[in-house]
Design a protein around this ligand. Sequence first.
Ligand code: ARG
Length: 298
Amino acid sequence: MSRLVYRSVNDLKGFSLKNCPSMPEPGRILMCPPDHYDVVDVKNPYMAGKVGTVNRNMARRQWEGLKEAFMAAGKSVVEIPSVAGLEDMVFCANQTMTGLTPKMERVCLLSSMRHPSRRREVGAFEAWFKAEGYRVQALKTKASFEGAGDAIWHPGKRLIWGGHGFRSEPEAYEEVVDVFEAPVILLKLVNERFYHLDTCFCPLTPESVLIYPSAFDAESLELILKIFPVVVTASEPEAVRQMACNAAVIDSTTAVIHRGSASVKRHMEALGLKVLEVDTSEFIKSGGSVYCLKMFLY
Ligand code: ARG
């Protein structure tokens, strides 16, 4: 194991967030239109009973509403064309992880999707990021890795939080450390409802994070409590039904969140965030909401 992959608080001896160099916030947002979005199989508990129930017109309207919210939060949105037959491509947080090296080189690390049905999505993103001038890199390990769904940058810092347990495997993070030249704190997911880290962990500011505690094992909770002075928790209905932790926080100032999580919203506002509510109900049928319908670009 690389000495820059931390698995428990014991590994953190000598580590301090203050000593992590700063990292610019993402400038733009990438989205993939839902032209071919559908629920055709069951890859996570949200999808059970939802096969064939997607209202594509409604999904389109909700997706446009989300795009407008990102623009209202001050970001420009660029689009990658959707591909027929790739019904989950709309969840564009999963096929890659993007970031900057310490020398400010823009890097795109390609995912190695757990489910064979999603593997073809990665090629479309590979071509798109190459055309954008990113250094595009593939994993050498056979371990699976689902990009920014599981690997989340700490706001404004050269530090990555790495979820594993369902979709990504710990070995992949050895390479994440090398590619981005940044340490990774591993968090183990233990509840299949929370199959990606972005379903239960949402950094709000450099000092605060929103989590759903029972998604994690005890060591992972300790790690979160060690690094973030403020930990806000979502209730079960808000975390499960509204996917409240799958919010997207822009520049540590604006949170875009699926509508109706009153208590999470109050906590966010108490921390000084502006909250924009959107409707993503058609996408929750597939196990995704605001965060995973976009990719941050550097
Ligand atoms: N149906 C997709 C899957 O199971 C949803 C992905 C949602 N993405 C996310 N980062 N939570 O793979």
